[in-house]
Design a protein. Structure first.
Length: 293
């Protein structure tokens, strides 16, 4: 299992690296058309074949195939591999229409969805996803506060700057952009107020943006800590369960004295002994050893 886990991550990393390299390693064919590098295209083909086989095997072994197909992560997996075959079919059909070429380019961009395959095998990304799901209320409040502030300060900025002959606030949508980058403390500087009242409005919008962002941060962090702690407990419990099963099998093979007796009593004794060993190991104490008769 661990070999497959690390091999899958290695193959996914190679595939993502190849996807980035192909953006800079394109070359021209004999007709002057832009084509991908041959070696990188071969690597991409091998990775796609592996991901396709993995997807088909999981689909075949699934008990509920309809639920499997419409699962979010499986949809991501499907969208990550299907552009390769669509481009292959269109290329084999030798279609050179402009709209077909644009569709091919759009499908090639969709290959970036492969990055989301990491979420299936990364406990850290799963923890972050669960934490964000449990913080939807706080994120909604943040979005509401920011939306109100953006509408308010963009309208004020546009109105206050109209008296200046060289104003940069030429429209309300452009003022929206200024309010967003100001309240989020980005501050590109491409648009800025020139009047005194406009600068006062900018200062107030900056302070309100800092406060609006800071208020829901603490509950979101608390939710992340709770989800992370639960995830650690689950992982620790699973690890201990594996250790218990291994110790139980080992003691049954060694025929410990505690296991002699009736089947039920022996099974219970072996299990209790294994549980005690795991507890001692987790506390840093040596495990009890069974002596052979």
């Amino acid at each position: 299992m661990y070999i497959y886990y690390y091999y899958f991550h290695f193959l996914l990393a190679v595939d993502l690296w190849e996807f980035q390299r192909t953006r800079y390693a394109d070359c021209n064919d004999a007709k002057g058309n832009l084509v991908e590098h041959t070696t990188l295209e071969s690597i991409d083909t091998a990775c796609i074949i592996w991901f396709t086989v993995e997807y088909v095997l999981r689909l075949v072994s699934s008990s509920n195939k309809l639920r499997f197909v419409f699962s979010f992560m499986n949809i991501v997996d499907f969208l990550a591999i299907v552009p390769f075959y669509v481009v292959l079919i269109l290329g084999a059909a030798q279609m050179e229409l402009a709209n077909v070429q644009q569709a091919v380019q759009a499908l090639r961009i969709m290959r970036i969805a492969r990055i989301f395959k990491l979420a299936r095998h990364s406990s850290g990304l799963q923890t972050l996803t669960f934490a964000l799901k449990s913080s939807l209320k706080e994120l909604g409040l943040l979005l509401m506060y920011m939306s109100v502030g953006i509408f308010l300060f963009s309208a004020l900025g546009y109105t206050l700057e109209q008296s200046h002959p060289e104003t940069m606030f030429t429209s309300i949508p452009q003022s929206f952009w200024w309010a967003i980058i100001t309240m989020t403390t980005v501050g590109y500087g491409d648009i800025y107020p020139k009047t005194t009242l406009g600068r006062c409005n900018a200062a107030v919008s900056f302070l309100c943006g800092v406060i609006a962002i800071a208020l829901p941060i603490h509950p979101i962090i608390n939710n992340f800590v709770i989800v992370y702690s639960k995830q650690r407990v689950i992982e620790t419990a699973a690890k201990h369960e594996i250790e218990l099963m291994a110790l139980r099998a080992k003691e049954e093979e060694q025929e410990c004295p505690e296991a002699i007796g009736t089947a039920s009593a022996g099974s219970r004794s072996v299990w209790d002994s294994a549980a005690e060993n795991v507890t001692n190991v987790s506390k840093g104490q040596p495990a009890h050893k069974c002596k052979n008769n």
